[in-house]
Design a protein around this ligand. Structure first.
Ligand code: PGA
Length: 270
């Protein structure tokens, strides 16, 4: 895993957006895996601004979102479909057929999950998977004890997750307790994974993901098995990392310096 630490949430989000733009420049018709949540809002604002400037093409990629609440139709203001339209898709004009999410109001949610998994495979899999992390270590809605080999399916949300999401709902609105989520096995098959974590509430989960044991108790720790995973965090989210000095030596200021042989190790000839 590459661990990149930035001074604040804004810089971390900017770097995340920069990497998505770089992916779209390299491959305009890439398949992106996208995430929702408060953490991603500045990322999508920066990405939409980059598309508006003409830095990359925002109409050729295909995206698959990680998850959707079971029971919410796409026009429900708290559905993730609605979130994505509002924060990204409408702004960049991504054709609807390329902006994929599971249907929360599908008559048979289990079948919808299977269909969604097959759709990802039919597009050739995900080139760049964007991820947030829950305070409990979830990725997508893969809650603790999710199988690390899981595929897209229905998950019951933990009480903590339901409470964390309550802030997005009105006082009289019921928060859904089930979601369709891409599986951890599906996430591990992405060609590149990019996880953004900001704020002190994520510090414990980030430490467990990066330095804890590979364990279903922290689903994000599965990324230790991903061949190309990058974690971008701000100072606050990095606060509990034990090997922080090491990450900052390898990636000073969140950069990726070219690797060159250190000077002074050459054998002197006599
Ligand atoms: P958040 O959600 O960005 O709203 O904190 C992240 C998540 O639960 O994956």
């Amino acid at each position: 895993m590459k661990i990149l630490i930035f001074p604040d949430a804004e810089a971390a989000a900017r770097e995340t957006a920069r990497r998505i733009v770089a992916q779209l420049v390299a491959k305009p018709d890439a398949v992106l895996g996208l995430a929702t949540g408060g953490t991603m809002e500045p990322v999508y604002a920066a990405l939409a601004a980059a598309v508006a400037r003409g830095d990359c093409d925002g109409r050729r990629f295909t995206s698959f979102n990680l998850d959707e609440y079971v029971g919410l139709a796409g026009d429900h203001p708290q559905s993730y479909r609605h979130y994505m339209n509002r924060h990204l898709f409408d702004a960049i004009g991504l054709p609807a057929a390329q902006a994929r999410l599971p249907r929360g109001d599908a008559p048979d949610p289990a079948e919808e999950a299977r269909r969604y998994e097959a759709e990802i495979a039919a597009e050739g899999g995900i080139d760049l998977q964007l991820l947030g992390i829950g305070a409990n270590g979830h990725i997508g809605f893969n809650e603790p004890t999710s199988s690390l080999a899981s595929r897209t399916r229905i998950k019951t949300l933990t009480r903590g997750t339901v409470e964390a999401n309550r802030r997005f709902f009105g006082p009289d609105e019921q928060v859904p307790s089930l979601a369709i989520t891409i599986g951890i096995g599906t996430i591990l098959e992405s060609r590149e994974a990019l996880l953004l974590a900001t704020g002190g509430a994520k510090a414990e989960a980030v430490a467990a993901m990066v330095e804890g044991p590979l364990s279903a108790a922290c689903p994000a720790s599965a990324l230790q098995m991903h061949p190309r995973a990058t974690v971008i965090c701000d100072e606050e989210a990095a606060a509990r990392l034990q090997l922080r000095d090491y990450y900052e030596t390898v990636h000073p200021g969140g950069t990726e310096p070219a690797i060159t042989a250190p000077k002074g190790l050459e054998r002197t000839r006599t």
